[in-house]
Write a protein that binds this ligand. Structure first.
Ligand code: PHE
Length: 361
């Protein structure tokens, strides 16, 4: 028989009151956690008392056991109720504290803009793809043979001179930065099945000054068609369609005889003046500064593909003929958006790109 003194009701009641008082003042979930540990954990007075039950006489064991059981149940109930209340209060508080007013004005972070050259290139590609043409690409570092020889430039042609062309060392490798997109014509004819309908937009390089009207790196759009029965008329129709797609209805082109080694006959492409639309011609009262009252502006070069070039690519010139054209994209953007200084195209100021309306997709 144990000599342990049974706990009396008053002592148990004191433990419960102490626990209930602590529970009542815990006002956060974290506080409540430590209160729970202190009053229901292994070292809590009620738990310690419970451990003593074994040492009591069977009669006392029953009474004390019941007493402690009820006491612990009251504490647990109070804990659960308080837990619910405290958690609800914390949630309510968080909802207020973290409330976001979605109607407040926000500062929009600035986004970039499509560069006008990229914008026009994409647009031109769309114009040709819509007619069933393909977009062809070629490398900017090109073989001299593709850039000149295959295009029927004689070995002593002035365009090959170091002053105009950026050769890449060692010179014996005959590599250069392409001076025009025309080598892509050769690549297309060597690689593709006939008939060929391709456009090639891309960067070209020339040993030019960097000023308002020249960039050593600029962009061209090349077009090439090789098919049966192709004539100058198809070329003219294509150019007029392109002029209208970029500059609007009523625009057209004019061909002026010229010389290119790779086309015969060759022509320079003039674009109807997009400012006066020709109205300034012979009209001294309304002069046009853009076209100097000539009504036309030089746009690019074109012609019927020289049979020698077709033959160099193994194409039967008794069956096939073709046309090609090329023009500066930077220059076209300048025309279309009245940009005055080519250097703005490369200086990377997003405000310039944004001001080039109608160029982005
Ligand atoms: N490649 C020529 C240039 O850069 C333009 C051109 C292309 C001319 C196609 C005729 C045919 O000046």
């Amino acid at each position: 028989m144990s000599d342990a003194q049974p706990l009396d009701e008053a002592a148990v009641e004191a433990m419960v009151s102490e626990a209930l008082a602590a529970i009542a003042v815990a006002d956060t979930v974290a506080d409540l956690r430590s209160v729970r540990l202190a009053h229901t954990g292994e070292k809590a007075p009620l738990a310690l008392a419970n451990r003593e039950i074994g040492r009591l006489s069977p009669a006392d064991r029953k009474v004390v056991g019941q007493l402690l059981g009820q006491a612990r149940a009251r504490v647990n109930e109070a804990l659960a109720a308080r837990q619910e209340a405290v958690a609800a209060a914390e949630t309510a508080q968080a909802l207020v504290a973290e409330r976001i007013d979605v109607t407040l004005p926000v500062e929009l972070s600035p986004v970039g803009a499509v560069h006008p050259i990229t914008g026009l290139m994409d647009r031109l590609e769309d114009v040709f793809v819509a007619m069933g043409w393909e977009v062809a690409e070629g490398p900017e570092l090109e073989a001299e043979w593709l850039n000149f020889d295959a295009l029927n430039f004689r070995p002593d042609h002035p365009a090959r001179l170091m002053q105009d062309t950026l050769f890449v060392s060692p010179v014996e490798k005959h590599l250069l930065m392409r001076t025009h997109t025309s080598p892509v014509q050769i690549r297309a004819m060597l690689q593709r099945e006939l008939p060929i309908y391709v456009v090639c937009p891309g960067k070209v390089y020339r040993a030019d000054e960097y000023d308002a009207t020249h960039l050593p790196v600029f962009h061209q759009l090349e077009g090439l068609v090789v098919d049966k029965g192709i004539s100058m008329a198809h070329l003219k129709g294509t150019l007029d369609h392109m002029a209208r797609s970029v500059f609007g209805e009523g625009m057209e082109t004019r061909l002026r005889p010229h010389y290119f080694p790779f086309t015969e006959p060759s022509a320079e492409i003039d674009l109807k003046c997009f400012v006066c639309k020709g109205a300034s011609v012979g009209n001294p009262d309304a002069p046009c500064r853009t076209c100097r009252s000539e009504g036309w502006i030089e746009w690019g070069g074109c012609g019927v593909v020289n049979p020698r070039v077709l033959q160099a690519c193994g194409i039967d010139t008794d069956v096939y003929s073709g046309f090609a054209f090329g023009m500066g994209i930077d220059r076209t953007v300048m025309f279309r958006n009245s940009a005055t200084d080519l250097r703005d195209f490369v200086e990377g100021d997003v405000r310039f790109s944004r001001s080039m309306k109608g160029m982005a997709r």
